[in-house]
Design a protein around this ligand. Structure first.
Ligand SMILES: NC(=O)c1ccc[n+]([C@@H]2O[C@H](COP(=O)([O-])OP(=O)(O)OC[C@H]3O[C@@H](n4cnc5c(N)ncnc54)[C@H](O)[C@@H]3O)[C@@H](O)[C@H]2O)c1
Length: 325
């Protein structure tokens, strides 16, 4: 890989999220989308044409192509480890969409493989790639808003049952965003207490709503909400809303600061910041591949995030508060 030539990127998986990553890569001069592979032939053809890139017959062809420097693993969770391993073992850097793995052990394996081979492997933790959150974090870390009292990371975006049918429930699919965003701002969690419900789905049996209370190492408490059940239509909507209240100040960030009156890929409105976070995340990834340095969100963060998800599942199954070990 040379600093004078764009980083060649290949997508494995060409579903909904690939649309945002393709738009991002096209906006980054230091990167080029070389090609993609998807198990669904018709989708692969359509998306390769749409993105103006080549279509590979097999994932092996993609990861072995010398034009590919880095692979984005954009498939469903079940195949993330398989493709991450394949890409790393063929000498390619990797960005893996969240949730990275089905278990903590899977995420640890990705981390150790990348370290052993000296390659970049980063989690697809896009929501924190946002200037307002960087400013919020600096305020918190400098002590400018005093001691952290509470942290709210709330996600309320209606999704159709058809769209939700290809995804896991809220705990596995959305809650990861709440967890890594919370950790980025206010640090590590120690204990969780969770509840979940089904309010909108008529045929799907997985949850469309999950809420979690989190004890934080810093002494404050966080409240996380992940919901596909309904949009918040109020005057001050908690669509994707982050708030940290401190003893000497407060900071807030919301998707509602930038809304376009058209559909997003699976949202009733286009929340401009969503694409922005993916573009910033991909630019950051390309920079880390070219110049080295620590990514904004690390594989260690992904491991802790997965531990929290598993603690939430235990809290739900056993109806009790669970410590994060
Ligand atoms: N960061 C975000 O905001 C965000 C948003 C949506 C989805 N995601 C994540 O992105 C990943 C993909 O989600 P999506 O919404 O694009 O899902 P999707 O169902 O729209 O697309 C997944 C694609 O992967 C393909 N695929 C499935 N198994 C495969 C395999 N074994 N080999 C090759 N291709 C395979 C499918 O044919 C499909 O085209 C998931 O991990 C999801 O959690 C992240």
């Amino acid at each position: 890989m040379s600093a004078n030539k764009p980083v060649g990127i290949g997508f494995i998986g060409a579903g909904e999220i690939s649309i945002l990553h393709a738009k991002a890569i096209h906006a980054i001069p230091e990167a080029r989308l070389v090609g993609l592979f998807d198990i669904m032939q018709s989708r692969a053809e359509e998306r390769a044409q749409l993105y103006g890139c080549r279509q590979y017959d097999t994932p092996e062809d993609l990861v072995k192509d010398p034009a590919i420097d880095a692979v984005f693993v954009l498939t469903a969770l079940e195949s993330h480890l398989h493709y991450t391993r394949m890409a790393l073992e063929n000498g390619r850097h990797v960005l893996v969409e969240k949730p990275l793995g089905a278990t903590v052990a899977e995420v640890e394996e990705m981390k150790h493989t990348a370290e052993r081979l000296g390659l970049v492997c980063v989690p697809g933790h896009n929501m924190i790639h946002e200037d307002s959150l960087a400013r919020a974090r600096a305020l918190i870390q400098n002590g400018d808003i005093g001691k952290v009292v509470s942290c709210y990371v709330l996600y309320n975006i209606h999704h159709s049952e058809e769209r939700a049918s290809t995804l896991p429930g809220m705990v596995r699919h959305i809650l990861q965003h709440n967890i890594y965003t919370m950790m980025y701002l206010v640090g590590r969690p120690t204990r969780v207490a969770a509840m979940k419900a089904v309010r909108h789905y008529e045929t799907l049996t997985k949850e469309d709503l999950a809420m979690v209370l989190v004890d934080l190492e810093c002494g404050g408490i966080a409240h996380l909400c992940a919901s596909f059940a309904a949009d918040d239509l109020s005057a001050d909507p908690w669509t994707f809303m982050v708030k940290v209240i401190g003893t000497e100040g407060t900071t807030r960030y919301t998707y509602q600061d930038w809304v376009e009156a058209k559909r997003g890929i699976s949202h009733s409105r286009l929340y401009t910041a969503y694409q922005g976070t993916i573009t910033n995340e991909d630019r950051h990834f390309v920079n880390v591949c070219l110049k080295g340095g620590q990514p904004l969100s690390t594989m260690e963060d992904a491991i802790i995030s997965q531990k929290v998800v598993e603690a939430v599942e235990k809290s739900l199954a056993e109806d009790r508060i669970v410590s994060i070990i």
